[in-house]
Design a protein around this ligand. Structure first.
Ligand SMILES: CC(C)(COP(=O)(O)OP(=O)(O)OC[C@H]1O[C@@H](n2cnc3c(N)ncnc32)[C@H](O)[C@@H]1OP(=O)(O)O)[C@@H](O)C(=O)NCCC(=O)NCCS
Length: 187
């Protein structure tokens, strides 16, 4: 009985989410929380994906694009102001953070009123540094990793658990640590 109830709740979440997504491919399941903070922002999900965690779009220009066969683990957050692109066959483990912006300015004067603005949904995003993130096909992002603005993770690369990725990761390399550095080449 409990299994049936859980399965019905999951189906309901999927149906509610599907209405918020601009494109949803066949056989994709979206059990995540979707917070579109601006209705003109875009979320596109290709076919055959399983998306858990939380997808957040902050502004009208925010664009999350996930290609086919992508897995996003539970409690992972994609926080998008600019663009977050995840290519096909990427695995993102649980409890990761992928954020293409810094949330606040590094200058005190520019961030001191952020709380008030945020409460009114009037954040001044022009003061916040941001750059697109791209995770190329067949990459694997280990649990509790953090990927910061402007980073491209190369094709087939692995980000080890708990890494903080601040710079581009070359294709077919394993990176680890904070800041993440190349530990070995993969074939
Ligand atoms: C990425 C991972 C699979 C790599 O395994 P591996 O190929 O056996 O890697 P190695 O053990 O040869 O490690 C290579 C180097 O990276 C280091 N390293 C590996 N994982 C690391 C981590 N999470 N943090 C810091 N350093 C790490 C190793 O200490 C070693 O460093 P050294 O060459 O200086 O001695 C593994 O470390 C990992 O992170 N596993 C967890 C994956 C995960 O998140 N699973 C959740 C479900 S998707």
């Amino acid at each position: 009985m409990l299994k049936i109830v859980i399965s019905l709740i999951k189906k309901l979440i999927h149906l509610i989410n599907a209405r918020k997504i601009n494109f949803l491919g066949n056989k994709s399941i979206v059990h995540c929380i979707i917070e579109k903070r601006h209705k003109s922002s875009q979320i596109m999900i290709g076919q055959n994906c399983l998306i858990n965690g939380r997808l957040v779009t902050e502004a009208s220009k925010s664009h999350i694009e996930i290609k086919e066969n992508v897995f996003i683990g539970g409690k992972t957050i994609l926080d998008c102001l600019n663009k977050i692109e995840i290519e096909e066959n990427v695995l993102v483990s649980y409890e990761c953070i992928i954020a293409d912006h810094d949330s606040h300015s590094v200058k005190v004067d520019e961030r001191k009123n952020d709380l008030e603005r945020f409460k009114k949904n009037q954040m001044r995003w022009s003061d916040v540094a941001n750059q697109p993130i791209k995770i190329c096909k067949n990459a694997w992002i280990g649990t509790r990793s953090i990927i910061l603005k402007g980073v491209t993770i190369g094709e087939g690369a692995i980000v080890a658990a708990g890494s903080v990725v601040t710079k581009d990761v070359p294709p077919y390399t394993l990176v680890a640590g904070n800041p993440a550095i190349v530990k070995k080449k993969l074939n």
